[in-house]
Ligand binder design. Structure first.
Ligand SMILES: NC(=O)c1ccc[n+]([C@@H]2O[C@H](COP(=O)([O-])OP(=O)(O)OC[C@H]3O[C@@H](n4cnc5c(N)ncnc54)[C@H](OP(=O)(O)O)[C@@H]3O)[C@@H](O)[C@H]2O)c1
Length: 238
């Protein structure tokens, strides 16, 4: 049975990704920074008949929490096959580079970029033991500089703080994929698309089932799959 870890999986797209991967037969560690919310998620999954899931407490902004999660996993598993860096925050309404508060910019990068980097660094040794290690960095079309370079694009110049954190995450994807190409890692950025969750006060036009489907596709890549790309239904321009 392949084993996956998803950060921020107690709700939204991460929760649905956990559900879909578990339904495909993966054992899924459901990451949650809050124990109570995590246990609620596990009990919701179990109510649907899914038993191959377990809570792992992990706050991606806290290196001690990540190390503790890693130590806990090391007592239970010898190999990790899939890491989904899903946890993220939106950054609220303070989004401009010309006017935004540095504190907000730092907080958003702390979760959406540094959080993914430091989580990945801690789990690489367990992933390296897999025959086909896979990392999905959950990104967004808003992280595409092509999108923000065309005044005609409907997403042009919106959510600058959040968007730039996803641009940085995309750079991480490309560079880490290059570093680990010879070790057979498949590392991609995947956008779920505009999905109704707490992140956008449920204004997204897709369901979580539709959004998670793209993440699951790249989380279950085989050894012939792409690495260092940016995808949703199709490849997304950087
Ligand atoms: N929804 C969309 O339209 C959309 C579009 C493109 C990309 N995305 C991306 O999809 C991913 C999932 O977003 P979503 O829409 O499902 O949002 P969501 O419903 O707000 O879920 C975000 C998850 O991240 C967790 N999280 C936040 N900070 C964390 C931290 N420091 N450590 C660990 N977990 C943390 C949250 O935990 P708590 O419950 O404890 O807050 C929650 O479980 C994100 O990467 C987002 O950027 C979403």
């Amino acid at each position: 049975m392949k084993i996956a870890l998803i950060t921020g999986a107690n709700k939204g797209i991460g929760f649905e990704t956990a559900k879909q991967l578990a339904q495909l037969g993966y054992f899924v560690y459901v990451g949650s920074r809050d124990k109570t919310r995590g246990l609620e998620a596990i009990s919701k999954l179990k109510d649907t008949g899914i038993s191959n899931v377990e809570l792992i407490e992990i706050d991606v902004t806290d290196i001690n929490s990540i190390k503790q999660a890693k130590q806990e996993l090391e007592t239970k598993i010898e190999v990790l096959d899939v890491l989904v860096n899903n946890a993220a925050i939106g950054g609220g309404s303070d989004q401009g580079f010309s006017t935004g508060k540095m504190e907000n910019l730092r907080n958003v990068f702390e979760t959406n970029f540094f959080g993914a980097v430091q989580t990945t660094q801690q789990f690489i040794p367990l992933l390296q033991k897999s025959k086909g290690p896979v990392i999905v960095n959950v990104s967004s079309e808003l992280g595409s500089l092509t999108v923000h370079s065309s005044t005609l694009n409907p997403n042009y110049a919106i959510y600058d703080t959040y968007s730039s954190s996803k641009t940085a995450l995309n750079a991480f994807t490309v560079m880490l994929a290059n570093e680990l190409r010879d070790a057979n890692f498949k590392i991609n950025s995947v956008s779920p698309g505009y999905t109704a969750t707490d992140l956008n006060q449920h204004r997204g036009t897709q369901t979580v089932e539709q959004g998670a489907k793209f993440i699951v596709k790249y989380a279950t890549l085989g050894i012939d799959g792409p690495t260092g790309g940016f995808f949703r239904e199709e490849e997304i321009p950087w």
